[in-house]
Design a protein around this ligand. Structure first.
Ligand SMILES: [Fe+2]
Length: 309
């Protein structure tokens, strides 16, 4: 029997990982143990501080449910999600760049007709018309691409978010649009606004405790999928947000910034069903061919509703 020391405790734990462990699990667990031990040694973590960390993780679990994913938010504010997306973009080169999913995705948004008003008649905020097309890497329009999108209401909350001041109909500010043979999409909404990530839970303590603000620059979330193509998971940011350079969750990329232009033309407004001037945003997506992508819709909803079982 040899006593555990600062020098050999890491090895002792790594030795316990069985040889039959699935290789990827082994790789991740070994690195997790090594890095966690290095962190403890680097900062001389005390037992009380470790206990605080354990309770913190328990609190992240306690506040989470099917409408709130504090664990996702924790990875987001620590830049871990952004780093995974950056690494993924190296593989997905040539496609629209990705950004994080965020904690507010809901599976099962209704399929809408083009030009549909996803605000479901909300009269707050600024009216907006968003349009564009989905192309392949040879600039050919893609037919049958599903564009699943969601955004905050003008009151800075997602429709299903807890604690928000207004009752919205189910799936307000969400919808799925399916491109026709021209690859085009378009919808009416209210212009996305800057909003705070939730700070009333444990993740809020990190932001407050390290002198960080909780703002996200205004954006629309997009998931775009079709069999035979890599799924796009991204966000498009308003060019006029003051938080583009200081997103609380590090999601902004230059290529994902959309210019919103004010349109005062009465005829345009009438044609689109607006009562006055409105903002226009336009963005074309590029999907990368991937023959291994089959059942893209099921795959995505499985990923988005993934549990650790
Ligand atoms: Fe968001």
């Amino acid at each position: 029997m040899r006593d555990l020391t600062k020098e050999n405790v890491t090895e002792a734990v790594l030795d316990k990982i069985g040889d039959n462990t699935e290789p990827r699990v082994k790789e991740i667990m070994e690195a997790l143990v090594r890095h966690a031990h290095d962190l403890i040694k680097e900062v001389n973590l005390t037992s009380d501080e470790l206990l605080y960390g354990a309770r913190f993780i328990q609190d992240v679990g306690k506040i989470s449910d099917d409408k709130r994913e504090e664990g996702v938010l924790l990875g987001d504010v620590l830049g871990m999600t952004a780093l995974c997306e950056i690494l993924g973009d190296i593989v997905r080169i040539g496609a629209t760049e990705s950004s994080l999913l965020g904690p507010f995705y809901r599976d099962g948004a209704p399929v809408r007709e083009m030009n549909f008003d996803i605000s479901l008649g909300d009269n707050e905020g600024e009216p907006a018309f968003v349009s564009g097309a989905v192309f392949d890497s040879k600039e050919k329009p893609i037919e049958g691409a599903v564009i699943d999108l969601w955004q905050t209401a003008p009151n800075q909350f997602y429709e299903a978010q807890m604690g928000q001041p207004k009752e919205y109909d189910d799936y307000a500010y969400r919808g799925r649009f399916i491109t026709g043979n021209d690859g085009k999409y378009s919808f009416r909404t209210r212009k996305p606004v800057d909003y705070h990530v939730p700070t009333d839970g444990p993740v809020g303590k990190i932001l407050k405790g390290t002198g960080r603000h909780s703002w996200r620059p205004a954006h629309l979330h997009y998931l775009i999928y079709k069999d035979g193509y890599q799924t796009i998971q991204t966000e498009l940011f308003n060019n006029d947000s003051e938080y583009l350079d200081s997103d609380a969750v590090f999601g902004v990329k230059e290529s994902l910034i959309v210019k919103y232009k004010k349109n005062d033309n009465k005829k345009d407004a009438e044609k689109l069903g607006f009562s006055g001037s409105f903002y226009e945003g336009n963005y074309n997506f590029v999907m990368k061919e991937d023959l291994s992508s089959i059942n893209a819709a099921d795959q995505y909803s499985k990923r988005a509703s993934m549990s650790s079982d």
